[in-house]
Ligand binder design. Structure first.
Ligand code: TXA
Ligand code: MG
Length: 325
């Protein structure tokens, strides 16, 4: 077991305060953080990730009082209601920004995305640093998201401090649900493990807009191709009887057909969606790293509940390889 010492956290917090880049675990994926109120520090994130500046960042906080610096007044009461139910946790809330937030963080938008992560190391780091921390996933733009410090190391980005702890235990495994709030309406901009049904259950009567229904909702930076492994990734079709030689297959139940795969990874024994989400990126990293595997196949899921968020990631991850089939 790797222990994250108090001293390491201290160094990481100081690094953030001095404009450095720190990779840290959260309950969703590893983040690559910088002081959100320091535009020069934030610019280093875009450089390290080779991320286009039209893709805005999520700002991480450890205390509700930090919202006063980030959101414009008056702050919609719905923000606090959502925060009460879901923070700390994998929900990001987009709201009109204050003048203190640099335009680089929000890609010039007049709104800013904020979340309070629940991972104890992330919370402690944020408290020690005392500054809000802008952090996208700690991977090169477009590639697989990291759920372990080893996945971050693999990307070889110029990082000042990597907090190398255990693989995120009891993790969510996929990025937070992103919602915007407008009066008393909440719109899901990016699906995650907190679903529309969860939001409505917590706040009875809440109107929740879901992408694909009502209006077409888009978040900047949500491109068709994203989250991709460096090897071709395809969905396995239900009538498929054979895979090309040297294929790996990722399945979601003990009974799934694995055909003639060289390597098999099961994300779950019984199609448990939380388990699948938690193991998703690690499974793809394992396939990416295995020399026996030249292309990866993965089972689809029904697009219901958390299945919507998992399929959102997988459709983007397979997108660039579609034409090859
Ligand atoms: O779970 C997570 O959210 C992780 C961990 C590290 O906290 N972070 C993460 O960050 O996924 P990133 O940069 O990969 O995703 C940020 C996304 C943007 O691509 C965009 O879709 C949305 O959040 N976003 C950020 N600011 C926004 C804004 N002002 N309006 C609408 N969408 C915004
Ligand atoms: Mg990302």
């Amino acid at each position: 077991m790797k222990i994250i010492t108090e001293e390491a956290l201290n160094q990481a917090a100081e690094c953030l305060q001095h404009g450095g880049l720190v990779a840290f675990p959260t309950e969703t994926v590893y983040g690559l953080g910088a002081n959100a109120l320091d535009p020069i520090a934030v610019a280093k994130i875009f450089e390290a990730k080779e991320r286009p500046t039209f893709d805005p960042l999520i700002v991480h906080i450890a205390s509700l009082s930090q919202l006063d610096d980030l959101y414009a007044k008056p702050i919609n009461p719905l923000v606090y209601e959502l925060a009460r139910h879901f923070w700390p946790g994998p929900l990001t809330i987009v709201h009109q920004k204050s003048d203190l937030v640099p335009g680089l963080v929000t890609s010039g938008l007049d709104s800013v995305a904020v979340r309070m992560p629940s991972h104890p190391v992330a919370l402690k780091l944020l408290r020690m640093a005392g500054v809000p921390v802008a952090a996208p996933s700690a991977n090169k733009f477009g590639q697989l998201s990291p759920t372990s410090y080893k996945h971050v190391e693999k990307q070889a980005m110029p990082i000042d401090f990597l907090i190398a702890g255990d693989d995120v235990a009891g993790a969510v495994g996929i990025e937070s649900t992103v919602v915007s709030v407008d009066n008393d309406v909440c719109s899901i901009l990016r699906p995650g493990v907190i679903t529309a049904a969860d939001l409505q259950k917590a706040i009875p009567g809440l109107i929740v807009n879901v992408p694909g229904e009502n209006v077409k909702l888009t978040s900047p930076g949500l491109l068709n191709s994203h989250y991709s492994p460096l090897k071709p990734l395809y969905f396995v079709t239900s009538d498929q009887t054979e895979l090309p030689v040297n294929s790996g297959i990722i399945v979601h139940s003990a009974t799934a057909k694995v055909l003639n795969a060289n390597k098999v990874i099961r994300t779950s024994d019984n199609c448990n969606l939380l388990e699948i989400a938690a193991n998703l990126f690690a499974s793809l990293h394992q396939m990416e790293d295995d020399d026996k595997v030249e292309q990866i196949f993965i089972e689809r899921l029904e697009e219901k509940g958390i299945g919507i968020a998992i399929m959102d990631r997988l459709k983007k991850a397979t997108y660039q390889y579609k034409a090859d089939r």
